[in-house]
Design a protein around this ligand. Sequence first.
Ligand SMILES: NC(=O)c1ccc[n+]([C@@H]2O[C@H](COP(=O)([O-])OP(=O)(O)OC[C@H]3O[C@@H](n4cnc5c(N)ncnc54)[C@H](OP(=O)(O)O)[C@@H]3O)[C@@H](O)[C@H]2O)c1
Length: 254
Amino acid sequence: MLRERFSLAGKTALVTGASRGIGRAIALGFAEHGADLVLSSRKREALESVAKEVEALGRQAHVATVNMSDEASISALVRGLEGAGLVIDVLVNNAATNPVMAGVLDLGIAAWRKVFETNVTGVFLLSQAIARGMASRGAGSIVNIASNGGLHATPALAAYGASKAALIHLTKTMAMELGPRGIRVNAIAPGLIETHMARALLDHQAGYEAYLKRNPLRRHGQPDEIAGAALLLASDAGSYANGEVLVVDGGATL
Ligand SMILES: NC(=O)c1ccc[n+]([C@@H]2O[C@H](COP(=O)([O-])OP(=O)(O)OC[C@H]3O[C@@H](n4cnc5c(N)ncnc54)[C@H](OP(=O)(O)O)[C@@H]3O)[C@@H](O)[C@H]2O)c1
């Protein structure tokens, strides 16, 4: 039955950036479909509030803080998972940062480094550690939350766009290398979604109106409109998708 192929019953999913926005929506969507969750981001209090929502859906939630720009913090997260006996079947690399909007002539090296350390290096390190366990079991699914900004250039977003382009390339390389080990690796490229990260773009009246004209649906998206795509790629419903980038942006042209 196709409905059963969307089930994550018996699986544990680690979602980074699960404290709000798209990560929270994915975590709750996965819990609705039977998964237990490991919820991760920097702020424990916000994660504990999402953990309560997961538990209200009848699933288990484990909170594990991490700073994805810090190698030692990622190692500590992985050690903590091992210590707690948590086996990760699905990894959603969703946490990311976009601290600055600046043209390339003004973009500072500190902001560039922060974006790459969080959005690329951190994802590489966590994926490598989690995929080693998945490879030993011969099964797993990794979903990377990229961006349509990683597919098309956007002025003032050079570091963020380049980081998401790198993530898309990492997705495809990992899919090629890990497919034979039973691990699928895919990405989602969302368009403009109403979250904390998108606030500056949503509040920029002229830019937002121009965006609406380029978007056939004439609106921005909501976090739970990304959760369905993540469920498809994470679950057996997407069992033949590998190395794919699923664009979920209302058909916007850039
Ligand atoms: N919103 C959009 O329009 C849009 C479009 C395309 C792609 N995306 C992508 O969607 C994903 C989710 O973004 P969002 O829009 O939901 O943004 P958001 O609401 O700002 O959420 C970002 C999440 O990442 C966590 N986070 C940030 N820096 C972190 C770090 N260094 N270490 C660990 N966790 C960190 C935050 O929690 P803490 O503060 O607790 O750490 C939060 O849970 C990102 O990959 C983003 O690039 C978003």
